[in-house]
Design a protein around this ligand. Structure first.
Ligand SMILES: [Zn+2]
Length: 464
């Protein structure tokens, strides 16, 4: 009851200017200022072992004039050790995490004909700066009930779960959290239903279209998780202002903020840059399957081995999270008419449409898909000025270079089997921080996502 009162008090103000004084009674986490370096803090107080990144750099390689180099980096099957972060389709650049030794080897391999620049020099520090200033504080009630505080930092799984529970408690009519399965490490797999009951909407009809919005498929892409949470928050705000909106009459929503709970937790406790889930594989010392290579539409086994970042598993739907979602959709087939699927990732500032598995296969209604994609991009541009590029996902995945690179995505699976419109949004930035986007970007990016979602919702309901 107390929760309810305080939450309504605070959430009623869209822009809350009063901040609670946060008590530090539960323990102390060293205050971090922008100048403070992680090396000045006792390593037992580091959120994860930061020394694991200290020899690495994030380096951007321009391969526009050297396609062999591009191919080498994309297929990543040589003896030179590096981790691929992202490829920028338009700029023809690839960002890799690599140490000095291996960088020298790469330069040697290509006779020094490598056009590159260092994007992140102090990777440990950049990792450090993505964690909340005070990890203990994140458990405080104030953080949960004050949205301004909540979205000031990235949140761990425990805090996200507490926040979602509070939202459900506060808005039991419209928010329903459903546990649809269990992960390899026995975490509950949660989805958030957002449905305004038809008594509350004008001339409501039972036949609603469902929009699915997912984040956190890749564990280290924290901005996708915070953006799903921010979307839930903003949709509640919209509901409070206009519960009879056509959006709520004609649509309902499924949000999955953390599609990969085990992987996400692992980025908070062990390795900030982990991408896959955490289940066991054919190789006893390798853990994790890339969920976005596991869906059973045009699935091909990855050339990446079991320890690699893009390992697909040995068969389709081997990743438990992909299987849980597939089973849920099969079991509720008659309840949901899925019209839209938005899968949030980072980073590149791109809107990707099907297909990912091949550029030769044309989607059934490319014209409509493109029109809507440009609309989403325009909505983002109007909101913040950020210019998201629109591409077929196969270009982003380099499916034409190696077929397995584009195989088994949630995007293709959802588009082909379930949703009329399906997109993958790769959020900010274009590489200054990459996966390590500073927390001050949470709200601006959240607003971009909400702008694009509102465009999508109106596109669907205004067609009637
Ligand atoms: Zn991703």
């Amino acid at each position: 009851m107390l929760y309810y009162k305080i939450l309504s008090l605070i959430l009623v103000q869209v822009v809350c200017t009063i901040q609670f004084q946060v008590p530090f009674s539960l323990g102390s986490w060293p205050e971090k200022t922008s100048q403070q370096h992680y090396s000045q803090i006792d390593s037992k107080d580091h959120p994860v072992n930061l020394n694991q990144y200290k020899d690495d750099y994030l380096i951007r390689i321009d391969y526009a004039s050297n396609p062999d180099l591009g191919k080498y980096l994309i297929t990543n099957n040589g003896t030179i050790k590096f981790n691929k972060w992202n490829k920028n389709v338009k700029q023809q650049t690839i960002d890799i995490q690599i140490n000095e030794d291996n960088m020298s080897k790469l330069l040697q391999e290509f006779n020094n004909d490598v056009n590159f620049k260092v994007i992140i020099e102090d990777l440990s520090q950049t990792v450090f700066e993505t964690y909340p200033k005070n990890l203990i504080q994140t458990k405080d009630e104030d953080v949960l009930i004050n949205s301004e505080l909540f979205f000031q930092d990235y949140r761990n799984l425990e805090t996200i779960d507490a926040w979602l529970e509070l939202i459900q408690l506060t808005y039991p009519d419209i928010i329903n959290i459903e546990e649809i399965g269990e992960t390899y490490e026995h975490r509950k797999y949660k989805i958030v239903h957002f449905t305004v009951p038809s008594e509350q909407t004008l001339d409501g009809h039972g036949d609603r279209r469902t929009i699915v919005i997912t984040g956190g498929v890749h564990a280290r892409e924290w901005i996708s998780v915070s953006s799903v949470l921010y979307s839930i928050y903003e949709l509640i705000e919209l509901y409070k202002i206009d519960p009879q909106s056509k959006i709520f009459r004609d649509l309902d929503f499924i949000f999955i903020p953390v599609f990969n709970p085990d992987g996400y937790e692992y980025t908070w406790t062990t390795d900030r840059l982990w991408r896959k889930n955490r289940q066991d594989t054919v190789h006893p010392r390798c853990f994790g399957i890339d969920i976005d290579h596991s869906f059973g539409y045009h699935w091909t086994k990855s050339s990446d081995w079991a320890c690699g970042d893009e390992y697909s598993g040995e068969e389709p739907f081997e990743a438990l999270e992909a299987k849980i979602w597939e089973e849920y959709l099969n079991n509720t087939n008659s309840d949901h008419k899925i019209w839209g699927f938005i899968d949030l990732h980072s980073y590149a500032e791109e809107i990707l449409y099907p297909y990912a598995f091949s550029c030769k296969e044309q989607p059934r209604d490319e014209e409509n898909l493109l029109e809507l994609a440009w609309g989403l991009a325009k909505a983002i541009r109007m909101q913040s000025g950020t210019n998201y590029q629109v591409f077929a996902a196969c270009l982003d995945r380099d499916a034409d270079l190696l077929p397995d690179l584009g195989a088994g995505t949630a995007l293709d699976y959802m588009y082909h089997n379930r949703a009329y419109f399906a997109y993958q949004l790769k959020l900010r930035d274009t590489g200054n921080h990459g996966f390590l986007l500073p927390p001050k970007e949470i709200v601006p990016v959240g607003r971009e996502v909400v702008a694009s979602l509102k465009y999508l919702f109106h596109f669907l309901v205004d067609q009637d």
